[in-house]
Design a binder for this molecule. Structure first.
Ligand SMILES: Nc1nc2c(ncn2[C@@H]2O[C@H](COP(=O)(O)OP(=O)(O)O)[C@@H](O)[C@H]2O)c(=O)[nH]1
Ligand SMILES: [Mg+2]
Length: 285
């Protein structure tokens, strides 16, 4: 599975991606790392600390509308204990993103003072957005850009495609995000990423993904399964049997009187990903 995932996502371009990100890093004052709030650990690049080096960083726990609020708050504390400012955001509705600009100014407080002392008070604070695929980088950039997206200035960058746009409060954002790779070597992480739809379903067995998700839900959020599918007494059942219960409850039958667990798997994953089972975090602290 790991090899397949690697081929699927970054066919041998990791070294190049890494080099491009490092080059762009030399142009910015800060990095904004997007993670999926449902997987605040698993949706991160394993080499991120090394790649970012000592550049100041803000972590956005995006899609917090889909994640467990208590877990999100815990992760924000964990990141802050490591000295990294983290904010919960929802880039689809825009909720929480108004805190981004003040957070940038707070994190870059020393830099702002140093610029002022050198008579460069108006020097823009430049930020680069990074994250693994599907964490919401484009959504975030589009949200922040607003109407300014049209007013991009053609300033020097690493490539001719690099553009900066002003997002107010003296901050400029690089318009192309740095796409990082996730952690490939841990199959658990691969499955977690497939639960949230960040690995193409075609490369994995959909029933296998659903069964693994059910195992986690059975252990950590059994009430959500009861509420959504009106199933009960499944605590000691095998996850595959729970999938059959869901198929039964939804009337998903095959011709020969068997339950259509394939359809049930697709339904479960669609509904989890769409937030229909409620706010759920799958990296349990
Ligand atoms: N529910 C929810 N969906 C989001 C949020 N941010 C982005 N998305 C969705 O996640 C998917 C991936 O977003 P995108 O910006 O393309 O991610 P990228 O690959 O990092 O650029 C899209 O379907 C977005 O609509 C969010 O805060 N909440
Ligand atoms: Mg994108």
């Amino acid at each position: 599975m790991n090899e397949k995932m690697e081929v699927q996502w970054f066919p041998g371009h990791m070294a190049k991606t890494r080099r491009l990100i490092k080059e762009s890093l030399s142009l910015v004052d800060m990095v904004c790392e997007l993670v999926d709030a449902r997987l605040p650990e698993s949706s991160r690049n394993p080499e991120i600390d090394e790649i970012v080096g000592n550049k100041p960083r803000i972590i956005l726990l995006n899609k917090c509308d889909l994640a467990d609020d208590i877990a999100t708050a815990k992760y924000i504390r964990i990141f802050s204990q490591k000295g990294i400012k983290a904010l919960p955001v929802d880039c689809r509705s825009g909720s929480g993103i108004e805190k981004f600009r003040p957070a940038v100014r707070e994190v870059l407080g020393e830099k702002i003072k140093a610029n002022a002392a050198r008579g460069m008070a108006g020097k823009p604070l430049r930020v680069m957005v990074v994250g693994i695929p599907n964490t919401g980088k484009s959504s975030f950039i589009n949200r922040m850009a607003g109407k300014n997206r049209a007013k991009v200035a053609d300033k020097p960058g690493v490539t001719r495609e690099n553009r900066w746009f002003s997002i107010g409060q003296g901050i400029e954002l690089l318009d192309t995000p740095g796409v990082l790779w996730p952690k490939f070597d841990d199959p658990e992480v691969g499955y977690k990423l497939s639960f949230i739809g960040s690995v193409k379903d075609e490369i994995l067995d959909i029933q296998e993904i659903a069964v693994r998700l059910l195992k986690v839900l059975q252990a950590d959020y059994p009430d959500r399964l009861t509420q959504r599918y009106r199933i009960k007494d499944f605590e000691d059942a095998e996850p595959y049997e729970v999938l059959e219960l869901i198929a039964r409850e939804r009337g998903m039958l095959l011709h020969r009187g068997e339950y259509d667990t394939e359809r049930a798997a697709v339904t479960l994953l669609d509904e989890y990903r769409g937030g229909k089972l409620g706010k759920i975090t799958l990296d349990i602290i």
